[in-house]
Structure formats: structure tokens, C-alpha cells
Design a protein around this ligand. Structure first.
Ligand code: NAP
Length: 254
């Protein structure tokens, strides 16, 4: 199957490590032009260099804290100008989980929800100029099934799934598809679940056993789902939430 990503322009936020980085790697390997960001200039420089070795498309990036509206919009404008437009957008940054009550509600609203909304509002006119496009939001299985404790992360990530569905209805007639991917627990060195493995091995092992497939997922396994949904291989798929969790969640997904 040809995903037809050669020459497509892709913007991915939070893309120097973890899932966002593997998404950027895979788009580049498929021949797309890729723009990345994170808050650390050094990490961005290093990641751009490494991704550029993977393929022959254009790879660029700049430091940007998506919390800052002006900087974020400037990053989108700059990346779009350098690549020559935007075809695909993956808003991947999250403030992460946390249980400090109000502080976390504000953080998850500002970063996860508003960060996604601001990015989407900036890229939609750019996609319209290209005659269409594709957006893939990154939610989580913590949004769709009870996970640990009541917390802002779970609820704010749930908001993204609803937002994506509504966007898909509002912008479909202009050739813009909008979907979500909800990963279950994902392990990679230095990631959140690596920390949990070190600090609370029993919980980590229990979580592994909860998966139908008996292990945590990898960022590559999530990236493959994101890249497929973003691509023309998924041309007839819009408004879905694709759960990528190795059977971690137990609900029947009608
Ligand atoms: N890991 C999991 O198990 C899991 C499961 C389900 C869903 N998810 C979701 O998948 C997405 C990626 O998670 P991950 O675990 O791969 O993340 P991660 O390892 O924490 O990586 C986050 C990336 O985003 C950058 N970043 C963080 N805050 C930023 C900001 N304010 N502005 C710009 N860049 C920022 C980080 O670089 P700097 O720190 O240098 O800025 C890094 O490149 C998130 O939306 C998360 O909720 C993850």
C-alpha cells in the first residue's frame, strides 16, 4: 500500500523524543517533509540532524514552547513558509498526568486543550490553501476508560476526542480529515512508563499483565497508526478515535 506521503508537508509538536519523535521519523522515512519542535534548542538541533539522515525529504525544526500563543503561531507560520505549506498536523504535546488538583487542571487545559485548539486554528487556513489536509490528535486510553484516579489529564484528553470529531464534520467538505489516536501505556527509555518501572515495579508489571498482548506498547507502534491515519491510505476515515493499546482497555468498541 502506498501511503502517498512523498512531498507532503508535516508539522508535529513535541517531537524530539517519545511518540512525537517516532512519528517524525516515520513520516520522514515515508518521504514527507517534516517540521519538529520542543522547548530545548539543543534537542531540536540534534533531532533535525538525526531525522534528516533517515530520508531525502526536507527536515526542519525550531525551539518553541507551545504554551506561548505568539511563539506557537510564529513557529507554525515559519515552518509552513519553509516547507511551502501544511498538509498534515499532529499536535502531540501534553502537560502529562498529575494530581495537584487545580494546578493540573489549568496546565492540562492550557497545554493539551488550548495548545491543540490554537494549532488547529492556525493550520486549517493553510490546509485550505492546499485543497485539503489531515490532522491527527494524540489522546490516551486514560480518556476512554477509568485510569488510576480522577485527574485533569484524563478528562482534558477526552475533550480532544470530541473536538476532533466535531472538526471532522465542520471541515470535511474542504478535504480536511480529523482523527484521534489513543495510545495505551507506552514504554521507551526515559519516558513516563520507564520512570514508573523504576519507581514502582509492581504497578508496572501489573500493567503489563493487564494488556491482552502481555506487554506495554512502543512509540513506533503508535507512530504507525498516526502516520496511516494521516495518510491517503486512510482517505475514507475521518472523525474516528483509533485505540492503539495491545488490548489494555476492556470495553467493547462498537
Ligand atoms: N507515553 C505514554 O505512555 C502515552 C500514552 C498515551 C498517550 N500519550 C500521549 O502521547 C503524547 C506524547 O507522549 P510521550 O510520552 O511521547 O511524551 P514525552 O516523552 O514527554 O515527549 C514530549 C515531547 O514534547 C516536548 N514538549 C513538552 N512540553 C512542550 C511544550 N510546552 N512545548 C513544546 N514541546 C514540548 C518534549 O521536549 P522538551 O521537554 O524539550 O520540550 C518532547 O519532545 C502526549 O500527548 C501524551 O499524552 C503518551
Amino acid at each position: 500500500m502506498d501511503l502517498n506521503l512523498r512531498g507532503k508537508n508535516v508539522l508535529i509538536t513535541g517531537s524530539t523524543q517519545g511518540i512525537g519523535r517516532r512519528v517524525a521519523n516515520l513520516f520522514a522515512e515515508e518521504g514527507a517533509n517534516v517540521a519538529i519542535c520542543s522547548r530545548s534548542p539543543e534537542s531540536v538541533r540534534k533531532a533535525v540532524k538525526e531525522i534528516a539522515l533517515l530520508a531525502d525529504g526536507h527536515v526542519t525544526g525550531a525551539p518553541c514552547n507551545i504554551k506561548n500563543k505568539e511563539d506557537y503561531e510564529a513557529w507554525i507560520d515559519d515552518m509552513s513558509e519553509e516547507l511551502g505549506g501544511v498538509d498534515i498536523f499532529v499536535p502531540n504535546v501534553s502537560a502529562g498526568a498529575g494530581m495537584d488538583s487545580e494546578k493540573n487542571w489549568w496546565k492540562n487545559f492550557e497545554i493539551d486543550v488550548l495548545g491543540t485548539v490554537r494549532g488547529v486554528e492556525a493550520v486549517i487556513p493553510l490546509m485550505e490553501q492546499r485543497g485539503g489536509g489531515s490532522i491527527v490528535m494524540i489522546s490516551t486510553t486514560a480518556a476512554i476508560e477509568t485510569f488510576m484516579v480522577p485527574q485533569a489529564y484524563n478528562a482534558m484528553k477526552a475533550a480532544l476526542i470530541t473536538y476532533a470529531k466535531q472538526l471532522s464534520q465542520a471541515h470535511g467538505d474542504r478535504g480536511i480529515r480529523v482523527n484521534s489516536v489513543s495510545p495505551g501505556p507506552i514504554h521507551f527509555d526515559g519516558g513516563a512508563w520507564d520512570m514508573i518501572r523504576i519507581s514502582n515495579e509492581r504497578f508496572y508489571q501489573k500493567t503489563e499483565k493487564t494488556h491482552a498482548l502481555g506487554r506495554l506498547g512502543t512509540p513506533e507502534e503508535v507512530a504507525r497508526a498516526v502516520v496511516f491515519l494521516a495518510s491517503e491510505g486512510a482517505s475514507w476515515i475521518t472523525g474516528v478515535n483509533l485505540v492503539v493499546d495491545g488490548g489494555y482497555t476492556k470495553r467493547v468498541q462498537f
